[in-house]
Design a protein around this ligand. Structure first.
Ligand code: SF4
Length: 686
């Protein structure tokens, strides 16, 4: 079908859970989004966007899956049978359902179940948080699903001081890309790396999968998933032996070297080779490049945090820059947490002061278990799912579905499209896409503050999240004027308007055609251990963390192997077709997903290329299409995350195979990559 001709291009910003937060130019015709492309408003993203957003967004906004009216469930829970109702009736039903739970079991029996659907400041968490805080609902610790392990690993070393902005990587002579599939998950970094390589920078890639960026590397190390901490500690010990530490830098900026190195020296080179599955030549070459680097830039991906030793791995890898003095100069640094440069004011926006004292906090990874826990006190009796598709993104999918399937549970859902999670709701609310409301955007992979206005009116009867919760607050009789604040007022509450970098503009009035660079407040480039300093208690980079020792027993990084009786380790990173589960309804994602398997493992199981296979363990079973190649090592299989249930004849996705009970060493995060499975041709699977 030919798309209608664009009548007008309007500025916008991509809200998806992606570090790049591209500025967009949206082609509109008769209140329809018909084309999405990059714009020049953000100098970092500079006109380039990923294929999935360009290809799938118009269909996502206007396609068959779009929710346009409130719905009530009329069939069995999860069956997807609904009838339209009015907004008034929907709000009444929600009021009744939540009130019933509160009257019988107290407000903490209500659980908001939201994550990072849109990354706009006000759609991501503003009026909704105020509402649930005022209600006294259980609090949800969202970070363990993704992000908090990486973030805490960084802040344990550097405090809340921003890391290197990506643009500075162009000045590096060595770039280490460690566990970051930049082509899929950090698109514009690929361009930065290309520019550095044109100036003869050396590229090192460490990744269990031979990604596209790995194919361009001078040194590619195909590491066994979850063992990065051993490689980093072993490398630290080797660099010490090579006299490659920067003692002057350490003296000025680093604390905790002795306990760190005590742990590092435990690993002999042969330990490292055996545990990480790499060869001696690679290890020696890696040490040589680290030792000889003048300006080494490190990019670390989120994949590393998805294993039990993830926090330790991230801390050990980042510590290498500290030990070798690879910080404080343009091109030498760690590309992590540039977003800490934004002057955000979440207390003003989300009003945590409204939370009743003693309110419990539940780990998001444990929600499936809690839903089925008869002894949880108070029990969860009502769940409000929004900005999230838990069925397709949480570990232990089958347990989550059993939990959401409880007949005594009241489930509310709000989303842009009808997802596998919305199918469990008693009442479904149609939410606006970000093309239909105002918002202000920070970023977690670059340093530009951006604002966007709607480019089309709300589709059907859909409403922005802010308005949904404004109406709910009114329905619950919340009289405080904070529940009447407009979206402009919420944007002004999201960002500190007094910050000099805003040049006197109110956040809600920032220009739409220009992104605002967040340098230091003195307008200097962010340079850790130079223009910014570690914001730790000691003012130094802390290789030993007292807080992580007290909280988790990991003052220094440490390796703990995860064993299984099953032979294959499944990794399930990002897909080029979806952002997490977003766009999972697009035709391109509604096919049987593929699994990459090494020829040795395929031969041993009689699996041919493109053959249908089943992948299973004690938690579930998934149908996939085998792609036999050596992009993964023997013993490792790879299948992209974010598929929807109808892509497998078993009605399950790879998330069904992932344990929700195994947690990361620090912060109790999800261990997506510590998943062991077996695989067989479809017809002979057991
Ligand atoms: S998903 Fe990422 S790369 Fe793609 S348009 Fe959005 S911000 Fe840019």
């Amino acid at each position: 079908m030919r798309e209608p001709a664009v009548k007008e291009f309007k500025p916008s910003v991509c809200p998806l859970d992606c570090p790049d937060t591209c500025s967009l130019s949206v082609g509109v015709s008769d209140d329809q989004v018909v084309q999405v492309r990059g714009s020049q408003a953000n100098p970092y993203t500079a006109g380039a966007i990923c294929e999935k957003v360009a290809k799938y967004y118009p269909e996502f906004v206007h396609g068959d899956y779009r929710l346009t009216r409130p719905l009530k469930r009329v069939g069995p829970r999860g069956s997807g049978e609904f009838e339209p109702i009015s907004w008034d009736e929907a709000l009444d039903r929600i009021h009744r359902g939540l009130s019933r739970a509160i009257d019988e079991f107290g407000p903490q029996s209500v659980l908001p179940l939201n994550y990072a659907g849109p990354h706009g400041q006000i759609s991501g968490g503003s009026m909704d948080r105020r509402f649930f805080h005022q209600l006294g609902a259980s609090l949800l610790d969202r970070g363990p699903l993704c992000g908090v392990v990486r973030g805490t690993a960084y802040t344990s070393l550097f405090g809340n001081a921003p890391g290197m902005p990506p643009e500075q990587i162009t000045q590096a002579d060595v770039i280490a890309v460690w566990g970051n599939n930049v082509t899929v998950s950090n698109l514009h970094l690929a361009r930065v790396i290309k520019s550095a390589r044109e100036k003869d920078a050396l590229l090192i890639v460490v990744d269990p999968k031979r990604t596209r960026i790995a194919e361009q590397a001078h040194l590619y190390i195909q590491i066994k998933p979850g063992t990065d901490v051993v490689l980093a500690l072993g490398l630290a010990a080797e660099l010490e032996r090579l006299d490659a530490f920067d003692n002057r830098f350490i003296e000025r900026w680093v604390e905790g070297v002795d306990p760190f190195m005590h742990e590092a020296r435990k690993y002999t080179v042969s330990d490292v080779l055996g545990i990480c599955g790499i060869n001696q030549q690679q290890f020696e070459q890696l040490a040589e490049i680290y030792a000889g680097a003048k300006r080494l830039a490190l990019s670390i991906g989120n994949g590393i945090e998805r294993g039990h030793s993830g926090g330790s791995s991230l801390r050990a890898i980042m510590s290498l820059n500290a030990l070798t003095g690879q910080l404080g100069r343009v091109g030498a640094g760690i590309f992590a947490k540039p977003g800490l440069a934004f002057p955000l004011t979440p207390e003003k926006l989300q009003r945590p002061d409204l939370i009743p004292a003693g309110t419990r906090t539940l780990n998001i990874v444990d929600v499936g278990r809690h839903l089925l826990d008869e002894h949880l006190d108070p029990p969860i009796k009502a769940v409000f799912i929004y900005n999230h598709n838990p069925v397709c993104t949480h570990p232990d999918q089958n347990r989550m579905r059993r939990g959401l399937g409880r007949e005594d549970l009241f489930v509310v859902g709000a989303d842009i499209v009808m997802t596998d999670s919305m199918a469990y709701a008693d009442v479904v609310l149609p939410a606006c896409s970000h093309f239909e409301f105002d918002d202000i955007y920070a970023a977690y992979g670059q340093s530009y503050l951006q604002r966007a206005e709607p480019v089309i009116p709300p589709v059907g009867e859909s409403l922005p999240n802010t308005e949904i919760f404004r109406r709910l607050a009114a329905r619950f009789g919340f009289e405080d004027p904070i529940f009447l604040e407009t979206d402009a007022q919420l944007m002004d509450a999201a960002v500190d308007a007094d910050d000099p970098r805003l040049n006197g503009y109110r956040p809600s009035e920032l220009a739409l055609d220009r992104a605002l660079l967040m340098n230091t407040q003195d307008e200097e480039a962010i340079l850790m251990c130079n223009t910014v300093e570690p914001a730790t208690a000691s003012g130094k980079i802390e290789l030993y963390s007292d807080e992580l020792e007290q909280g988790f027993g990991y003052g220094v990084p440490r390796y703990e192997a995860v064993e299984s009786h099953l032979p294959l380790m499944l990794i399930s990173p990002s897909s080029s077709k979806r952002t997490n589960a977003t766009f999972g309804s697009d035709a391109a994602s509604q096919l049987t997903e593929m699994i990459e398997i090494h020829p040795d493992d395929a031969d041993a199981r009689g699996i041919n290329d493109r053959q249908r296979v089943r992948l299973w363990n004690e938690l579930g079973e998934v149908e996939l299409t085998a792609r036999v190649n050596d992009s993964v090592a023997p013993g490792v299989v790879y299948s992209p995350k974010g598929t929807w249930l109808n892509t497998s004849s078993t009605g399950q996705t790879v998330n069904a195979l992932i344990s929700a009970d195994l947690k990361t060493d620090i912060m109790n995060g999800a261990c997506y990559n510590d998943t062991y499975v077996d695989c067989a041709p479809l017809e002979s699977a057991v």
